[in-house]
Design a protein around this ligand. Structure first.
Ligand SMILES: Nc1ncnc2c1ncn2[C@@H]1O[C@H](COP(=O)(O)OP(=O)(O)O)[C@@H](O)[C@H]1O
Ligand SMILES: [Mg+2]
Length: 234
C-alpha cells in the first residue's frame, strides 16, 4: 500500500505546485489527512510568499511550519544542483528520505512535489527520477494541454518506466478559453494510446488570483479523483 504520490511534470512552470495544492484539498474532501513535501526548491527565500513551499502552505491551507513542507531551499532561480553548488550546500538524499518518513508517519497520504521534470539534477549523481524511485510511490505527471504535449508526456512516461517508476496518470493543466489549438480535444486520446496511461482530467486556466476555494473546485470538477485514488491504492 502506498502512502503517497510523487508529482512531476513535463517541465518547469507547468503547474505541479497548483495541482499538488488542489489534490491536497480534494483528497481532504475524501476524508484523508494529507501532508505535502517539497524536497528541494529554488528561486525564492524559504519564507517568500512566492516560494513553492509558501504557495503550497497557503493554497492547501497547511498550518504546519514551512520547515515541515520544504527540506532544502535555495534562493537562486536555477535547477537544484546548481542552486546548491552556488550556496555551497551538499544535498543529502538521506535527509530528504528521512523527511519523507516523518511526513508519512503523520499523515494518511503525502504529496511530494518534484522539481522541474524527471531529468533535473539534484546532485551530480542523483536526479529527480532517482529521488522518486527511492521514495517508491506512484507517479503523477502534470503536462500542458496544447500542441507538443503528446511528445513531452509520452517521453516522460517512457523514461519514468525505464527508470523503474510507476506512472499512474496524467493531468493536463492550464487550458485557456482562448486556446484555439485544434489538437487540444485529441491530445488526451493520443497520450493514452501511445503511453498507455490514463489522462485523469484537464484543468482550466484560472484568470483570477488563485484561491484555495477555486483550486479545490476545479480539481473536483475536472479531475477523476476516484480513479486517482484507486490507482494509488490508498
Ligand atoms: N490552472 C491554473 N490557472 C491559473 N494559473 C495557474 C494554473 N496552473 C498554474 N498556474 C500558474 O502558473 C505558474 C506555474 O505554475 P506552478 O504550479 O508554479 O508550476 P510548477 O510547480 O510546475 O513549476 C504559477 O504562477 C501558477 O500560479
Ligand atoms: Mg512548483
Amino acid at each position: 500500500m502506498s502512502k503517497g504520490i510523487f508529482i512531476t511534470a513535463t517541465g518547469t512552470g507547468i503547474g505541479k505546485t497548483v495541482i499538488t495544492a488542489g489534490l491536497a484539498l480534494a483528497l481532504r474532501d475524501y476524508g484523508y489527512d494529507v501532508g505535502i513535501l517539497k524536497p528541494v526548491q529554488s528561486g525564492h527565500a524559504l519564507d517568500s510568499p512566492e516560494s513553492d513551499g509558501m504557495v503550497l502552505k497557503k493554497l492547501a491551507q497547511i498550518t504546519a511550519p514551512i520547515e515541515e513542507i520544504v527540506t532544502y531551499s535555495f534562493s537562486e532561480p536555477v535547477a537544484p544542483q546548481l542552486a546548491a553548488e552556488i550556496a555551497a550546500v551538499e544535498i543529502d538524499r538521506m535527509r530528504i528520505l528521512q523527511h519523507v518518513e516523518e511526513r508519512k508517519a503523520k499523515h494518511d497520504v503525502v504529496l511530494v512535489e518534484g522539481a522541474g521534470g524527471l531529468m533535473v539534477p539534484i546532485r551530480h549523481d542523483y536526479s529527480v527520477a532517482d529521488l522518486a524511485k527511492e521514495i517508491g510511490w506512484p507517479l503523477l505527471i502534470i503536462a500542458n494541454p496544447l500542441l507538443g504535449t503528446v511528445n513531452h508526456t509520452v517521453l516522460t512516461t517512457f523514461v519514468a518506466r525505464q527508470m523503474g517508476l510507476h506512472p499512474v496518470g496524467v493531468i493536463l493543466n492550464g487550458l485557456r478559453e482562448t486556446d484555439q489549438d485544434l489538437s487540444v480535444e485529441h491530445n488526451s486520446r493520443f497520450i493514452e494510446q501511445m503511453a498507455q496511461i490514463p489522462v485523469l482530467g484537464t484543468v482550466p486556466w484560472l484568470e483570477a488570483d488563485l484561491s484555495s476555494h477555486m483550486v479545490r473546485q476545479v480539481m473536483r470538477q475536472n479531475v477523476n479523483m476516484t480513479e486517482l485514488i484507486k490507482s494509488i491504492d490508498l
